[in-house]
Design a protein around this ligand. Structure first.
Ligand code: BG6
Length: 473
């Protein structure tokens, strides 16, 4: 399917997200021939950060060069740059934005759709939506809202009220770019398109699940955002819980937005509210001296916790989630650990097989890979067991070369009006309920050394199990 003609309005066009992901992403979509036949991208920001059309094009070109795989080729770039313009907007001075949108619509002719991407800090959502309402720009348009959607249950409800007063739910696209990652989407294919895995995908066979997303980067100058947000909201309540939804859900009746989101949201309904006693909050040493960070900041840059999905498929199977900044390695991995079978006949300890036993590893960092770790007989006269692995690598798969990054895929879906991979109001609200006990009584942050795996107490959290983060063999 190709989207209808579009005017995409990018709020926060001079910000970090636009530079790293959205401008390179839109360019990539254009290059891949996936943008609508007619489209314009109008950048917007408060008047204080206003750019001329020319300066915005240069800004976008720099972003594409730095984060979109290098210098764009001249003819392709020029075609894309022609579609870019800028319109500043303040709540009491939206004139330039309105003019830029109208000019873009006139250039396209034929009544294109409007898509507003709110790549702005959460505190600015209400004001931008107010502007869209007062200027009438909201009419018939769709809106992409960045995470985190609210900071707790009350603020998420309030934000829903503000959004729904202007956009009905069918036009609201709450974005979580992890759900646009090929390998996260592939969890649905792995589970539901195969007879091999799903029959053992439950508490009868699985002992525990790990969703592990360590990052090496620090806060990269995002102190203002990060101090308010912290890793629990930024990564766990948004991305990691969403991935957990895909890992834990029942088979949906279809991949349509309603069926898929109903099943994911049922998982969230079954999640037990987080027990602060099963949470480790950490802060990397040096965080408090980052520019813009309070010298006595209690904001966490690391979280590990145990989540429990209390339903018939998963009761008793802990889900261990971990994410943090300034850690030893960047990874995005789900592992399902299988129960130990009876091994008496082998005269060998489970641990002698490398200690890892049976695990299914889903590495969902682009391009991603999947491995099944199991025990095999070591060649020789004796029956000795050793670790073995079967691997699927996305990078080897020819037909997957056209893969899109999370944001690219999702912006395309929003233009197509497909909400399947966007989060829904009720699901988000439930996740804030689940988060509530920790938000109310956060445990003190424990310091950890940059480049480590977080505070030492993370090992106790998973005992008698161990964190398992295998490299691609
Ligand atoms: C963002 C978070 O949503 O996701 C960042 O705000 C985090 O803190 C990033 O670094 C990770 O995304 P990616 O694209 O590197 O997988």
């Amino acid at each position: 399917a190709t989207p209808d003609d579009h005017v995409v309005v990018l709020f926060g066009a001079t910000g970090d997200l636009a530079r790293r992901k959205l401008l390179p992403g839109l360019y990539r979509l254009a290059q891949a021939g996936l943008m609508p036949a007619g489209y314009r991208v109008v950048g917007s920001a408060p008047t204080a950060d206003a750019l001329s059309d020319e300066a915005f094009r240069a800004h976008a070109r720099d972003a594409v060069t730095e984060f979109g795989g290098g210098e764009p080729s001249k003819p392709e770039w020029e075609r894309f740059a022609d579609a870019l313009s800028f319109g500043a907007a303040d709540p009491d001075e939206p004139g330039p934005l309105v003019a830029a949108v109208r000019a873009a619509e006139t250039a396209l002719g034929g009544g294109p759709r409007r898509l507003f991407h709110l790549a702005v800090p959460p505190v600015a959502f209400a004001s931008v939506i107010g502007t869209l309402d007062r200027t009438g720009l909201s009419e018939g348009g769709r809106v992409i809202i960045e995470k985190p959607f609210g900071t707790d249950l009350a603020s998420a409800r309030a934000l829903d009220g503000i959004v729904h007063a202007v956009f009905d739910e069918s036009r609201v696209f709450r974005i979580d770019h992890f759900l646009g990652k090929e390998s996260v989407d592939n969890i649905l294919a792995l589970r539901f398109a195969n007879g091999l895995f799903e029959p053992v995908w439950n508490r009868d066979h699985i002992s525990h699940v790990q969703i592990d997303v360590p990052e090496t980067i620090g806060i990269e100058g995002r102190a203002a955002f990060f101090e308010e947000t912290g890793t629990f909201r930024d990564m766990i309540v948004t991305h990691l819980f969403q991935v957990l939804g895909f890992v834990a859900m029942e088979p949906p009746t279809s991949l349509g937005a309603k069926a898929l989101r109903d099943e994911k949201d049922k998982v969230f309904q079954s999640l037990r509210p987080v027990d602060p006693g099963h949470v480790v909050r950490g802060q990397y040493e040096g965080y408090r001296s980052e520019p813009g960070v309070a010298p006595d900041s209690d904001t966490e840059t690391f979280v590990a916790l145990r989540a429990d999905v209390d339903n018939w498929r998963w009761a008793g199977v802990p889900f261990y989630l971990r994410s943090g900044k300034a850690l030893g390695q960047r990874r995005q991995v789900v592992t399902l650990h299988f129960k130990r079978p009876p091994l008496r006949m082998f005269d060998t300890a489970w641990a002698s097989g490398g200690g890892r036993g049976n695990a299914l590893v889903v590495d969902f960092d682009d391009p991603g890979w999947i491995a099944a770790d199991f025990l095999a007989k070591e060649p020789g006269p004796a029956m000795r067991l050793g670790p073995a692995r079967m691997t699927f690598r996305y990078a080897d798969s020819v037909q997957l070369r056209n893969g899109l990054e999370g944001y690219e895929r999702l912006i395309l879906d929003a233009m197509l009006g497909d909400q399947s991979l966007f989060t829904r109001s009720d699901g988000i609200q439930r996740l804030w309920e689940v988060a509530d006990p920790l938000l109310r009584s956060p445990r003190p942050v424990e310091p950890y050394a940059p480049g480590s795996w977080g505070p030492a107490s993370v090992d106790k959290l998973v005992a008698p199990h161990h964190w398992y983060l295998p490299d691609m063999a």
